[in-house]
Design a protein around this ligand. Structure first.
Ligand SMILES: [Cu+2]
Length: 129
């Protein structure tokens, strides 16, 4: 009888760990460098008739990006219901649309949805040092 053929191949011939370490270092360097190239960006999703973060605090220069995840139109309108501030207004956004606003001046910026006035949020912009 012949002995069964044995494979000498190993399942993991190429060590991947060093590659991941290099990739991780590159990604970290990019993540550190990006905010200094352009202001920081932060995302707020609109989902189930709510702004995912109803209150956020960001450093001046930050761009806030709202995106509509609902199958119904929403807006991001500066001010409070009945007293629209006028500083920014996305208009009605269909599903998948996004709107961005850069905040350069420290202060509190309340906003709401024109269609659903119970949907409110605030962006608190703080001075950067
Ligand atoms: Cu709405």
């Amino acid at each position: 009888m012949r002995p069964p053929i044995r494979s000498s191949r190993r399942t993991s011939a190429v060590p991947l760990e060093p590659l991941f370490a290099v990739l991780g270092a590159v990604l970290l360097a990019v993540a550190i460098a990006l905010p200094s190239l352009a202001g920081e960006r932060t995302a707020i999703e609109i989902k189930r008739f709510k702004f995912a973060q109803e209150s956020i605090e960001v450093p001046a220069g930050t761009t806030v990006v709202w995106s509509n995840g609902d199958g119904i139109e929403h807006s991001v309108t500066q001010g409070v219901p009945g007293d629209q501030g006028g500083a920014f207004d996305s208009g009605l956004m269909t599903k998948g649309r996004s709107y961005e606003q850069t905040f350069t001046q420290p202060g509190e910026y309340p906003y709401f949805c024109k269609r659903h006035e119970f949907m409110t949020g605030v962006v608190k912009v703080v001075r950067t040092n």
